[in-house]
Design a binder for this molecule. Structure first.
Ligand code: 8X3
Length: 250
Protein backbone atom coordinates (compact mmCIF):
# COMPACT_ATOMS: atom_id res chain seq x y z
CA UNK A 1 0.00 0.00 0.00
CA UNK A 2 1.28 3.49 -0.81
CA UNK A 3 2.31 5.68 2.08
CA UNK A 4 0.66 9.00 2.82
CA UNK A 5 2.61 12.20 3.44
CA UNK A 6 1.13 15.38 4.90
CA UNK A 7 3.14 18.47 4.03
CA UNK A 8 2.54 21.87 5.60
CA UNK A 9 3.32 24.99 3.62
CA UNK A 10 2.93 23.05 0.41
CA UNK A 11 1.67 25.78 -1.88
CA UNK A 12 5.18 27.04 -2.67
CA UNK A 13 8.90 26.56 -2.19
CA UNK A 14 10.29 23.50 -0.43
CA UNK A 15 6.81 22.22 0.46
CA UNK A 16 5.58 22.33 -3.13
CA UNK A 17 8.74 20.74 -4.56
CA UNK A 18 8.52 17.99 -1.94
CA UNK A 19 4.85 17.33 -2.74
CA UNK A 20 5.71 17.04 -6.43
CA UNK A 21 8.63 14.69 -5.86
CA UNK A 22 6.81 12.46 -3.39
CA UNK A 23 3.75 12.29 -5.66
CA UNK A 24 6.00 11.05 -8.46
CA UNK A 25 7.35 8.45 -6.04
CA UNK A 26 3.97 6.96 -5.21
CA UNK A 27 3.20 8.69 -1.94
CA UNK A 28 -0.39 9.80 -1.41
CA UNK A 29 -0.21 13.48 -0.64
CA UNK A 30 -2.09 15.75 1.75
CA UNK A 31 -1.35 19.32 0.78
CA UNK A 32 -1.71 21.97 3.49
CA UNK A 33 -1.52 25.70 3.06
CA UNK A 34 -3.41 28.92 3.30
CA UNK A 35 -3.87 29.65 -0.38
CA UNK A 36 -6.70 27.45 -1.62
CA UNK A 37 -6.27 28.49 -5.28
CA UNK A 38 -2.64 27.37 -5.30
CA UNK A 39 -3.49 24.15 -3.48
CA UNK A 40 -6.28 23.35 -5.95
CA UNK A 41 -3.95 23.88 -8.88
CA UNK A 42 -1.25 21.69 -7.33
CA UNK A 43 -3.80 19.05 -6.34
CA UNK A 44 -4.87 18.85 -9.98
CA UNK A 45 -1.25 18.49 -11.12
CA UNK A 46 -0.41 15.78 -8.59
CA UNK A 47 -3.61 13.82 -9.13
CA UNK A 48 -2.19 12.46 -12.37
CA UNK A 49 0.41 10.60 -10.30
CA UNK A 50 -1.27 9.80 -7.01
CA UNK A 51 -4.19 10.31 -4.61
CA UNK A 52 -4.07 13.90 -3.43
CA UNK A 53 -6.16 15.78 -0.90
CA UNK A 54 -5.81 19.41 0.06
CA UNK A 55 -6.53 21.13 3.36
CA UNK A 56 -6.64 24.89 3.40
CA UNK A 57 -6.14 26.40 6.84
CA UNK A 58 -4.12 28.98 8.70
CA UNK A 59 -1.52 27.05 10.68
CA UNK A 60 -1.50 29.67 13.41
CA UNK A 61 -5.21 29.09 14.07
CA UNK A 62 -5.28 26.25 16.60
CA UNK A 63 -8.93 25.32 16.05
CA UNK A 64 -8.58 25.39 12.27
CA UNK A 65 -5.58 23.04 12.46
CA UNK A 66 -7.41 20.44 14.54
CA UNK A 67 -10.68 20.74 12.59
CA UNK A 68 -8.90 20.36 9.24
CA UNK A 69 -6.83 17.36 10.26
CA UNK A 70 -9.82 15.67 11.89
CA UNK A 71 -11.84 16.26 8.71
CA UNK A 72 -9.57 14.04 6.61
CA UNK A 73 -11.49 11.36 4.74
CA UNK A 74 -10.93 7.75 5.79
CA UNK A 75 -8.64 7.07 2.82
CA UNK A 76 -6.24 9.80 4.02
CA UNK A 77 -6.57 9.28 7.75
CA UNK A 78 -3.43 7.12 8.15
CA UNK A 79 -0.56 9.58 7.93
CA UNK A 80 2.80 7.87 7.53
CA UNK A 81 4.96 10.95 7.05
CA UNK A 82 4.44 14.42 8.50
CA UNK A 83 6.61 17.15 7.00
CA UNK A 84 6.50 20.20 9.23
CA UNK A 85 7.65 22.62 6.60
CA UNK A 86 5.49 25.75 6.97
CA UNK A 87 7.62 28.65 8.13
CA UNK A 88 8.32 32.24 7.30
CA UNK A 89 10.64 35.10 8.09
CA UNK A 90 9.05 38.50 8.55
CA UNK A 91 11.49 41.37 8.57
CA UNK A 92 15.23 41.50 9.18
CA UNK A 93 15.64 44.30 11.69
CA UNK A 94 17.76 44.98 14.75
CA UNK A 95 15.89 43.97 17.89
CA UNK A 96 15.24 47.59 18.88
CA UNK A 97 13.48 48.25 15.58
CA UNK A 98 11.65 44.95 15.20
CA UNK A 99 7.95 44.97 14.52
CA UNK A 100 5.95 43.12 17.16
CA UNK A 101 3.41 41.90 14.60
CA UNK A 102 6.29 40.34 12.63
CA UNK A 103 7.63 38.67 15.77
CA UNK A 104 4.23 37.27 16.64
CA UNK A 105 3.65 36.00 13.11
CA UNK A 106 6.96 34.09 13.19
CA UNK A 107 6.30 32.65 16.64
CA UNK A 108 2.73 31.72 15.63
CA UNK A 109 3.65 30.08 12.32
CA UNK A 110 7.14 28.66 12.79
CA UNK A 111 6.74 27.48 16.34
CA UNK A 112 3.13 27.28 17.50
CA UNK A 113 1.88 26.12 14.10
CA UNK A 114 4.41 23.29 14.04
CA UNK A 115 3.30 22.27 17.53
CA UNK A 116 -0.43 22.36 16.67
CA UNK A 117 -0.01 20.17 13.58
CA UNK A 118 2.26 17.77 15.46
CA UNK A 119 -0.20 17.56 18.34
CA UNK A 120 -3.03 16.77 15.93
CA UNK A 121 -1.10 13.99 14.16
CA UNK A 122 1.15 12.36 16.78
CA UNK A 123 -1.72 10.51 18.56
CA UNK A 124 -2.63 8.90 15.22
CA UNK A 125 0.99 7.80 14.74
CA UNK A 126 1.15 6.42 18.27
CA UNK A 127 -2.09 4.48 17.70
CA UNK A 128 -0.85 3.05 14.41
CA UNK A 129 2.60 2.39 15.98
CA UNK A 130 4.41 3.94 13.02
CA UNK A 131 5.20 7.27 11.50
CA UNK A 132 7.97 9.60 10.48
CA UNK A 133 8.13 13.30 11.29
CA UNK A 134 10.43 15.65 9.43
CA UNK A 135 10.87 19.08 10.99
CA UNK A 136 12.21 21.72 8.65
CA UNK A 137 14.49 24.01 10.59
CA UNK A 138 17.14 26.30 9.12
CA UNK A 139 20.78 27.19 9.50
CA UNK A 140 19.14 29.86 11.70
CA UNK A 141 18.31 26.98 14.05
CA UNK A 142 22.00 26.41 14.62
CA UNK A 143 23.50 29.86 14.39
CA UNK A 144 22.19 33.36 15.07
CA UNK A 145 23.07 36.31 12.86
CA UNK A 146 22.65 40.08 13.18
CA UNK A 147 18.99 41.12 12.80
CA UNK A 148 17.91 37.47 12.79
CA UNK A 149 16.81 37.68 16.45
CA UNK A 150 13.22 36.37 16.53
CA UNK A 151 13.44 34.31 13.32
CA UNK A 152 16.57 32.61 14.70
CA UNK A 153 14.81 32.11 18.04
CA UNK A 154 11.86 30.34 16.41
CA UNK A 155 14.19 28.10 14.41
CA UNK A 156 16.36 27.35 17.46
CA UNK A 157 13.10 26.32 19.11
CA UNK A 158 12.33 23.99 16.18
CA UNK A 159 15.77 22.43 16.70
CA UNK A 160 15.02 21.91 20.41
CA UNK A 161 11.54 20.53 19.74
CA UNK A 162 12.93 18.16 17.11
CA UNK A 163 15.48 16.72 19.54
CA UNK A 164 12.99 16.36 22.35
CA UNK A 165 10.28 14.96 20.05
CA UNK A 166 12.77 12.28 18.96
CA UNK A 167 13.20 11.23 22.59
CA UNK A 168 9.50 11.39 23.46
CA UNK A 169 8.38 9.34 20.45
CA UNK A 170 11.25 6.86 20.64
CA UNK A 171 9.23 4.30 22.67
CA UNK A 172 6.61 4.20 19.92
CA UNK A 173 8.95 3.48 17.01
CA UNK A 174 8.15 6.81 15.39
CA UNK A 175 11.02 8.29 13.42
CA UNK A 176 11.84 11.99 13.94
CA UNK A 177 14.43 14.18 12.29
CA UNK A 178 15.17 17.72 11.22
CA UNK A 179 16.59 19.13 8.03
CA UNK A 180 18.14 22.56 8.36
CA UNK A 181 18.53 24.34 5.01
CA UNK A 182 20.70 27.37 4.44
CA UNK A 183 19.99 29.77 1.58
CA UNK A 184 17.32 28.30 -0.70
CA UNK A 185 16.01 30.47 -3.53
CA UNK A 186 12.24 30.52 -3.00
CA UNK A 187 9.67 33.17 -2.07
CA UNK A 188 11.32 33.15 1.38
CA UNK A 189 13.20 36.43 0.98
CA UNK A 190 10.31 38.13 -0.79
CA UNK A 191 8.15 37.36 2.24
CA UNK A 192 10.93 38.44 4.62
CA UNK A 193 11.27 41.77 2.78
CA UNK A 194 7.50 42.18 2.37
CA UNK A 195 7.37 42.03 -1.40
CA UNK A 196 10.54 44.04 -2.11
CA UNK A 197 11.64 41.83 -5.02
CA UNK A 198 14.89 43.70 -5.64
CA UNK A 199 16.04 43.32 -2.06
CA UNK A 200 14.97 39.67 -2.15
CA UNK A 201 16.82 38.98 -5.42
CA UNK A 202 20.02 40.49 -3.97
CA UNK A 203 20.10 37.80 -1.28
CA UNK A 204 20.80 35.16 -3.95
CA UNK A 205 23.01 37.27 -6.24
CA UNK A 206 26.52 36.22 -7.27
CA UNK A 207 26.43 32.57 -6.17
CA UNK A 208 24.39 29.45 -6.73
CA UNK A 209 21.97 28.98 -3.85
CA UNK A 210 20.10 25.78 -3.09
CA UNK A 211 16.87 25.17 -4.95
CA UNK A 212 13.68 23.91 -3.34
CA UNK A 213 14.17 20.71 -5.35
CA UNK A 214 17.52 20.08 -3.64
CA UNK A 215 15.81 19.95 -0.26
CA UNK A 216 12.91 17.91 -1.64
CA UNK A 217 15.46 15.36 -2.86
CA UNK A 218 17.00 15.14 0.60
CA UNK A 219 13.60 14.78 2.26
CA UNK A 220 12.80 11.94 -0.12
CA UNK A 221 16.15 10.31 0.70
CA UNK A 222 15.57 10.64 4.46
CA UNK A 223 12.08 9.14 4.41
CA UNK A 224 12.97 6.33 2.06
CA UNK A 225 15.72 4.84 4.26
CA UNK A 226 15.02 1.42 5.73
CA UNK A 227 12.94 1.53 8.91
CA UNK A 228 15.93 1.02 11.23
CA UNK A 229 17.63 4.19 9.91
CA UNK A 230 16.64 7.51 11.49
CA UNK A 231 18.40 10.61 10.18
CA UNK A 232 18.01 12.90 13.17
CA UNK A 233 19.63 16.18 12.27
CA UNK A 234 20.92 17.41 8.94
CA UNK A 235 22.34 20.84 8.01
CA UNK A 236 22.37 21.57 4.28
CA UNK A 237 24.03 24.59 2.70
CA UNK A 238 24.97 25.41 -0.87
CA UNK A 239 28.69 25.10 -1.58
CA UNK A 240 29.15 28.88 -1.69
CA UNK A 241 27.76 29.27 1.83
CA UNK A 242 30.29 28.84 4.64
CA UNK A 243 27.98 29.76 7.51
CA UNK A 244 24.86 31.83 8.10
CA UNK A 245 26.94 34.94 7.43
CA UNK A 246 29.74 33.78 5.11
CA UNK A 247 28.96 33.53 1.41
CA UNK A 248 31.38 33.47 -1.53
CA UNK A 249 29.91 35.77 -4.18
CA UNK A 250 31.37 36.38 -7.66
C1 8X3 B 1 16.62 30.44 5.82
C2 8X3 B 1 18.07 30.69 5.79
O1 8X3 B 1 19.99 32.29 6.25
O2 8X3 B 1 17.85 33.31 5.81
O3 8X3 B 1 16.15 29.92 6.99
O4 8X3 B 1 18.23 32.20 7.90
S1 8X3 B 1 18.51 32.18 6.47
Amino acid sequence: MNKTALITGSSSGIGKATAQLLAQNNYNIILCGRRQDRLTELEKELSQFTNTHSLSFDISDKNAVFESIHSLPESFSKIDVLINNAGNAHGLDPIQEGNIDDWEAMIDINLKGLLYVSKAIIPKMIAQKSGHIINIGSTAAKQVYPNGNVYCATKHAVDAINKSMKMDLNPYGIRVGAIHPGLVETEFSEVRFKGDTEKAANVYKGFTPLKAEDIADIIHFVISRPYHVNISDLVVMCTAQGSATIIQRD
